[in-house]
Structures are given as structure tokens and as C-alpha cells.
Design a protein around this ligand. Structure first.
Ligand code: DC
Length: 234
């Protein structure tokens, strides 16, 4: 079957990874969570004492970057690849608040982006990939056949994230999460390199009032239409 590249970008906690995983499963494609890669480098930075006064010591982290190896290994039970930092599964640890609070600063460092974009391009070189992130449709795969740009109000997104973290047993408050969502929106869309923005040819998709099934069906429909068109053009 004709394979395409699917780029799902958008603000944090808009449900990008949920729909990207569903799509990859339905189409038999590879799913890549690019945010997990930025989070894993942030965890590495924390472990290597690159955090100083609530900020990041860029020079120290850049000097250590060559020691970072990232890999996705497929988890049969979960049905997607989990992220490994230097051969250690860090999927659980990268979602905590400490990482969330620093990740936008780490992902604004050009050397970090350069390293990760190269790995991402490589993962998608033979198409048949669904990747979610912030710059997938603009920088990583500017030629992706399907680009979706997901949005939802900050309050909706904070409520989703709050529920998720409570279920995991993290002690957090809603206002702390809302603040983190708004801060990350600001930093992600105002950084100098590869800021979060909708690619001109990306479909805007606001899911504030949409259930998961409807969201999946709509985006899956976009994908199958493109795949069918490609097939018929052959
Ligand atoms: O999708 P996420 O919330 O797990 O992403 C974590 C952070 O990583 C996010 O605040 C911005 C950054 N990121 C990025 O800069 N570029 C990407 N392609 C993916 C994530």
C-alpha cells in the first residue's frame, strides 16, 4: 500500500500523541513521539546537574550532548515504541513536573534541536510514519502529505493534563498545571529557532469540544483520502 508521512503538531496537551498513536495503529505505521525525545534530553540534563537557578546551563549541556543516545523500542503490550535514554527505559520519568518545567528551555537550544531533528528525519526516511511535535510539519517533514495542527483552549488542556497526572498519583494542583501549559505555549511559540507555528498547508484542528472517537475518525479520514488519491494516481 502507498505510504505517506503524517505530521501532527500543536500546543501541549492537545491530545496529539493520543490521535497519532491511534492513527499509526490503524494504518500500520511507525509512531514517533518527538516530545519524548526533548523530554529525555531534559531528564539527562537534570541528572547531570545542568539545571542552575531554575534555568539551564547551556554550555554544560551542549558539551555533554554527545553522550546522549536515544532510541525507541517497541512495546508489544502498549502497541508503540517507548523511549530509551542511553539504553534505559525513561518513558515514565520524562512526564513528571520537574521535566515539564524545564523542557521548553532545553528544546530552545539550537544544538539540541539539530541533534534531534537529524534523528527524526532518519526515523521517517522511508515514510509510513506518524510523528507528533511542534515543528514536524514546518522543519522535520516539510513535505509531509498530511499535516494537522491541533489546538484547544488552555483551560481544556490543563484540565486534561491535571486528570492524567492525578491518575498517575502525582501531587499537583490545577493552577500549577495551567501555569505550566501557558508558560510552555509562550516559550514554544516565541523561541528563535523553529517556533511552534502552523505550517501553511496544515489542517487547523480545534478539539476543545470533541471526543476521542470523533477526533480519530476525522483525522483518519483525512489520511485515507490522501492515501487513496495517491493510489489512484499511480
Ligand atoms: O509534546 P510534549 O508536551 O511532550 O513536548 C515537550 C516539550 O518539547 C514541549 O514543551 C516543546 C518541546 N518540543 C519541541 O520543541 N519540538 C518538538 N518537535 C516536540 C516537542
Amino acid at each position: 500500500m502507498e505510504k505517506i508521512t503524517i505530521a501532527i503538531d500543536g500546543y501541549s496537551s492537545t491530545g496529539k500523541s493520543t490521535v497519532a498513536k491511534q492513527l499509526a495503529k490503524a494504518l500500520g505505521y511507525l509512531y514517533v513521539d518527538s516530545g519524548a525525545m526533548y523530554r529525555a534530553i531534559t531528564l539527562f540534563a537534570l541528572r547531570n546537574e545542568c539545571k542552575e537557578n531554575n534555568s539551564i546551563n547551556k554550555e554544560k549541556l551542549i558539551a555533554l550532548l554527545q553522550e546522549v543516545s536515544l532510541e525507541f523500542k517497541y512495546n508489544e503490550q502498549k502497541g508503540y515504541g517507548e523511549i530509551y535514554l542511553n539504553n534505559e527505559n525513561v518513558e515514565g520519568e520524562i512526564r513528571n513536573m520537574e521535566v515539564s518545567e524545564l523542557v521548553s528551555k532545553v528544546s530552545a537550544i539550537p544544538e539540541v534541536r539539530e541533534k534531534l531533528v537529524a534523528i527524526q528525519k532518519d526515523l521517517g526516511h522511508s515514510k509510513g510514519v506518524v510523528m507528533d511535535g511542534r515543528d514536524i510539519g514546518t522543519v522535520v517533514f516539510p513535505d509531509a502529505e498530511l499535516k494537522v495542527f491541533m489546538t484547544a483552549s488552555p483551560a481544556t488542556r490543563a484540565a486534561r493534563r491535571y486528570k492524567e497526572l492525578l491518575e498517575k498519583g502525582e501531587e499537583v494542583t490545577y493552577s500549577e498545571i495551567l501555569k505550566n501549559v501557558e508558560e510552555r505555549d509562550y516559550i514554544d511559540s516565541h523561541r528563535e529557532i523553529s517556533p511552534l507555528r502552523r505550517a501553511e498547508d496544515a489542517v487547523p484542528f480545534d478539539n476543545s469540544d470533541m471526543g476521542l472517537l470523533e477526533q480519530f475518525e476525522r483525522i483518519h479520514n483525512f489520511a485515507t483520502q490522501i492515501i487513496d488519491k495517491k493510489k489512484n494516481a499511480q
